[in-house]
Ligand binder design. Structure first.
Ligand code: NDP
Length: 405
């Protein structure tokens, strides 16, 4: 029997919900490229309920315990005294989420003698030291496509809200004011602007498709070029690299995974290449952008705005400069964990578990590392190496949450 260790974010500050704003979720038949949605044999949860927090348990407990497996769920993930660190030593499977990542560093992999499978309940497995997983023969799998559209919607929201100066204008209303000129003096239309995505995979392409009706000029860079008919349909301009693309753009959005090629891609030199007054939206990973360089670019006025939902480490320290830098519209890491997305990643996690426990192959498109090398989606989109360095800071900087005081 297997031990499955699952790390999820905490329940809401006022307790696990008993009601929801809506009664159901729209029915999605397939992903936009035709890929099938998750296909577990069954689910034991109500789509639309909170599944990603500790009490939601991804809807897995009944299924796993009925089959005699041990299922441990915790939010306590950082530091040597954490429950995760203790339970890891004899776990066969670890499930973690990018929103509340249980960093699986080389040191932790070495401690986890039984570990065979690390599942990301979501997309983006950079919280796992992929090099260590390759060397140990651990399979790393994620629920490819489960929240790509969710994130693309968040990106469009953030681009519009930065360019149109939405959040500061909302603050004026909350403060009881009517200061039109204050709101309008940083507000523009996106129509006619040039927007570029770093990576045109599932999220990047969906962002481009959603921005086309706004009559923006669309640019992209990627390791593999899109088919000519897609470039023509969307009127895309391709650039060989991010460095070549950014000088042409009023808005840049980052949609590439974090791996050695993309870590610290947006540093002082990259910002210097961007137009004065450009906006940057990053929902990919915090480490793709240099923490201090973006704060400096906003302070100097070189960048007009920055938004995103990804930080490093997570949770972000209370004194993380992105919380207080000017002209930012950051959220905690939420874009891929809408209730809509949770239903898909919970079902996909169950599908992966069923395959593993029954000795069936995991879908190729879910694989990041398998059999001692990058595989499936990982072979296409990642490079070998480790992007977890510095993650131990998450333990030192646990955020005292004022809502839970
Ligand atoms: P995809 O695999 O569909 O797309 C990733 C794209 O990035 C691929 O087209 C890949 O290129 C490209 N890429 C990889 N390295 C580079 C590079 N060095 N330069 C340019 N392009 C590169 O994944 P998704 O679009 O679904 O997700 C992308 C990332 O977004 C995830 O890895 C994750 O980090 C993040 N994400 C964030 C979420 C959130 O909640 N904020 C939720 C979901 C994802 P190719 O394959 O052509 O080599």
């Amino acid at each position: 029997m297997a031990k499955i260790l699952c790390v999820l974010y905490e329940d809401p500050a006022d307790g696990y919900p008993t009601t929801y704003p809506r009664d159901d979720l729209p029915k999605i038949e397939r992903y936009p490229d035709g890929q099938a949605l998750p296909t577990p044999r069954a689910i034991d949860f109500q789509p639309g309920h909170l599944l990603g927090s500790v009490s939601g348990e991804l809807g897995l407990r009944r299924f796993l315990e009925a089959a005699g497996h041990q299922f441990v769920v915790t939010a306590d993930k950082d530091g040597l005294d954490s429950r995760f660190e203790h339970e890891l030593v004899d776990a066969d499977v670890v499930i973690s989420q990018p929103f509340w990542p249980a960093y699986l560093t080389a040191e932790r992999v070495a401690k986890a003698k039984n570990l065979k499978l690390a599942i990301t309940a979501g997309i983006g497995s950079d919280h796992v030291d992929l090099q260590a997983a390759i060397e140990r023969g651990i399979t790393v799998a994620e629920v490819t496509y489960c929240n790509s559209i969710s994130v693309s919607e968040h990106v469009v929201m953030m681009i519009l809200s930065l360019v149109r100066n939405y959040l500061p204008s909302w603050e004026v209303v909350k403060a009881g004011g009517w200061d039109i000129a204050d709101c309008a003096s940083r507000s523009y239309d996106v129509e006619g602007m040039h927007v570029g995505t770093v990576a045109a995979g599932r999220i990047g392409s969906a962002v481009l498709r959603r921005l086309k009706p706004f009559d923006m000029h669309l640019h992209y860079t990627d390791r593999h070029r899109l088919p000519p008919e897609v470039e023509q349909e969307l009127g895309l301009t391709f650039h060989e690299s991010a460095a070549e693309m950014v000088p042409h753009c009023d808005v840049v959005t980052i949609n590439a995974p974090l791996h050695p090629e993309t870590e610290n891609l947006f540093d002082d030199a990259m910002f210097a290449r961007m137009k004065r007054g450009a906006y940057l939206v990053n929902t990919a990973r915090g480490k793709v952008v240099n923490r201090d360089a973006v704060a400096a670019a906003l302070k100097s006025g070189h960048l007009a705005g920055y938004a995103g939902d990804v930080w490093f480490p997570q949770p972000a320290p209370r004194d993380h400069p992105w919380r207080t830098m000017p002209h930012q519209g950051m959220t905690p890491h939420i874009s891929g964990t809408s209730l809509s997305a949770q239903a898909r990643y919970a079902a996909g996690t169950r599908e992966i578990l069923e395959c593993f426990l029954e000795g069936r192959p995991i879908r190729e498109e879910y694989l990041i590392v398998h059999g001692g090398h990058l595989a499936g989606a990982g072979a296409h989109s990642y490079s070998e190496g480790d992007a977890t360095k510095g993650s131990e800071e998450a333990a030192r900087f646990q955020v005292p949450n004022p809502l839970r005081a």
